[in-house]
Design a protein around this ligand. Sequence first.
Ligand code: FE2
Length: 455
Amino acid sequence: MGRSSDPLPEAGPIGIVWAASSLEQPMQPDLILRGANLPDGRREQDILIKDGLIQAVGPQIDARGRDELDVSGRLVTPPFVDCHFHMDATLSLGLPRLNRSGTLLEGIQLWNELKPLLTVEAVVDRAMAYCDMAVAQGIGAIRSHVDVCDPRLTGVEALLEVRRRVAPYLTLQLVAFPQDGLYRSPGARENLLRALDLGVEIVGGIPHFERTMEDGRRSVAELCELAADRGLMVDLHCDETDDPLSRHIETLACETQRLGLGGRVAGSHLTSMHSMDNYYVSKLIPLIAESGVAAIANPLINITLQGRHDAYPKRRGLTRVAELAAAGVRVAFGHDCVMDPWYSLGSGDMLEVAHMAVHVGQLTGIDAMRRCFEAVTSEPASILGLDGYGLEPSCRADLVVLEAWDAVEAIRLKATRLFVLRAGQIVARAAPRIASLDLPGRPPAVSFLHAAPAS
Ligand code: FE2
C-alpha cells in the first residue's frame, strides 16, 4: 500500500475510502478514522469522533460511524502548533523594499520603514491569507507576537480582529511585543499596557535589545512582575544574539522562580546559549529546568540570522535543544517568520521547521527525530496551555492525516496534509503527492512513501 510499486489510484488519496452508513444509533460516532498510525508509535488504531470530540481510540473498535474514513496506516496527529510567529509582518515581503543583506538588523530597519505605512485593513488581509495557508498546513494554534511600539497600535487592532475571525478554526494567542525595546523605544511601556488592556493576553519583551545589560535585566524583572500582577503568561524574545555574555535567560529563570510563574513563562530564541561558555551553561540549564521556563527555538530563522558577524567557522546559533530537553525543559520550535522583512521564504509548514531543527541541531538519532515532531505538536501545545489538545477521549477532534507512515517519515517528506479536521469537521484537504512515471519496465507511479523500519 502506497509503496513505489503501487499503481496510480484512479481518484482521491491512495488507500483512503469514505464510507457513509445508513444506520442511525443514539451514541453512534459521527466519524470513525480507521487504521491510523499515531505519533506515539501505536499502529492501526481506530479513532471515534462524536459531537466534535474524540470518543475512543483503539484497535479495530466494533462500531459503525455515520461516516468512516479508512486512512490505511497513515499518520494521524493532533494539529501542529506554531508557538512563535509574527503575524503582523507576515506576507509583507517587498514592502516597502526587499532586505538586501538578509540580516536581522536590516530586517528591523525595514520593519521600521514599513510600520508607519501599515493600515489595519492591510494587516488583517495579509494575516487572514496566512491563516488560510496555516490551516491547510495542519496548524491548529499560533502564538503571534505583535509589535506594540507603533503608537497607533495598528498591529494590535488588526490581530485582535483576526483572532476573533479565525477563532472557529484556528486558536490565536497574542503577545504584546515591544519590538524596539521596552525602555529604548519612547512610549513602548505605555503602549504595551494599552495592548494588554485591549485584550492581548501575553507579556512580551526583548531584553537583549535594550541599551544596556542593566536595562535588559530591569525589563525582564518589570515584565515578569507585570505578568504576575495580571495573572498572565510571559514570552520574551530572549538573548537572540551571538553574544555569549547575553544572559537574560538567567534573570528570566530567577524572576520566574521568585514570582511563582513556573509553567507560564517561555524564553524565545535563546541563541546566545549556542555561544556561551560550557561551564556557565552547566549551571544555567539546571536553573532553567528548576524554574519551569520553557524554551522556544526558531530553527529556520536562527540558522539564517545568527553567526552573521562570523568569518569561518560560522556558528549555527540554534540554542542547546538536546541538552535543555535532557534536563527536563520543555522545548518547542516556532516558525517565527514567513515572507516578511526578516525571512523571504516559508509556507507555514511546521514539518519544514522540524526538518531544519533535525539538521542544524544534529538531532538525527531516532528518538531525537521523534522529539522534533513533538516539538511542533504536543510540546508547544503544552507551552500554550491549549485545552482539549491530544488524542485522548474527550479531547477535541482536531486531527491531521498525513501522507506518511510515522513521525520521522512525516519530517522526511514534509508530508502532505491529506485531511485537516477541526472539531471533527474537515477544514482542509489535499491530494497525495504522486508522480507518474514513464520508464521502461518500471512502475507507472511513485509516491515517495517508504515502509517504516521496525523500531
Ligand atoms: Fe520572533
